[in-house]
Write a protein that binds this ligand. Structure first.
Ligand SMILES: C[S@@+](CC[C@H](N)C(=O)[O-])C[C@H]1O[C@@H](n2cnc3c(N)ncnc32)[C@H](O)[C@@H]1O
Length: 279
């Protein structure tokens, strides 16, 4: 992947519009991919892993907001488990596919097209959920955290599962030759630009759009949530990840998960928080 730090910055609106076009273009590749296994989902499967299920807990009869829901498989899985689920994503293509799928499978879920940092649905939920490959698309975690707080009732719970930020600093083209830092760990205003975005479901396929991304250190995630009025109740780091962002990662013993051979690096983290009962 050809990568460079952004120099000719179009600004937040331009970066987000470009990312939105890139995600729209990814949707048809994803709905037909083995990675997302739509057929398995049509036959009653759940598109949630053990960390997500254990982290969120029982959802029967509870209202749940899924941020950055992509084309809806996770949201519809929570619906299958009994939640009153709503999914939000800024990709019109993804939301259109999610609605069509809900209709086809007669699953009760709502989908809204919205940019996550400015989204206000005008209601609150028992649970807010978001996972895997979400934070890197957001320039401003303070605004993201305010969206979470705005949609949780007092005492409502937030759950996040995400790739560990140290992961995004390494060179992904060294193919086992060792670790070489290439991207920033600490907060950076200018995004890292990938001139030729591909997709994790098929890395040989060029999407035809650049992508803009930001790394967010753990301290930024925690501070954004705390400042928005959320109290962190659980935080864990894990040595595995459900995709392969670096060519030198190896398959984990659990199918569909990846790790770094022998090295005890954290590759992902999960976090739970509760909305404080502030006046
Ligand atoms: C990797 S996917 C979500 C992951 C989900 N775990 C999955 O695999 O289906 C990231 C999603 O974030 C959405 N997204 C990216 N930036 C966004 C933004 N600023 N506002 C709302 N959605 C955004 C994309 O459209 C995409 O559907």
């Amino acid at each position: 992947m050809t990568t460079r730090p952004s120099t000719s910055a179009p600004g937040h609106a331009g970066w987000l519009a470009s990312n939105q076009a890139m995600w729209d273009a990814r949707v048809p590749l994803h709905t037909t991919s083995n990675w997302y296994d739509l057929e398995g989902f049509r036959h009653g499967g759940l598109a949630l892993d053990d960390l997500e299920r254990a982290g969120v807990g029982e959802v029967q009869g509870r209202s749940l907001l899924h941020l950055q829901c992509h084309f809806g498989l996770g949201t519809l899985s929570w619906s299958r488990l009994g939640a009153d689920a709503t999914g939000v994503d800024f990709s019109a293509e993804a939301i259109s596919q999610a609605r069509a799928l809900a209709n086809e499978l007669e699953l009760r879920a709502h989908f809204e097209q919205a940019e996550v940092s400015s989204c206000r649905l005008g209601r609150t939920f028992d649970i807010c959920f978001t996972s895997w490959g979400v934070l890197m698309w957001l320039p401003d975690l303070a605004a993201w955290a305010r969206t979470i707080a705005a949609h949780l009732r007092p005492g409502g719970e937030f759950f996040l599962a995400e790739g560990h930020p140290h992961l995004f600093i390494w060179d992904d083209e060294r193919d086992g030759a060792g670790y070489l830092p290439r991207h920033p760990y600490f907060r950076h205003r200018e995004p890292v630009t990938d001139l030729e975005a591909s997709t994790y479901v098929d890395t040989s396929h060029q999407i035809g759009h650049p992508q803009y991304r930001w790394n967010h250190p753990i301290s930024e995630v925690v501070t954004a949530l705390a400042n928005a009025g959320l109290r962190i109740t659980d935080f864990a780091e894990h040595p595995r990840l459900p995709w392969q962002p670096l060519s030198w990662m190896v398959p984990d013993q659990r199918p569909g998960w990846w790790r770094i051979d022998q090295d005890p690096f954290p590759l992902s983290f999960t976090l739970k928080a509760v909305k404080e009962n502030r006046p």
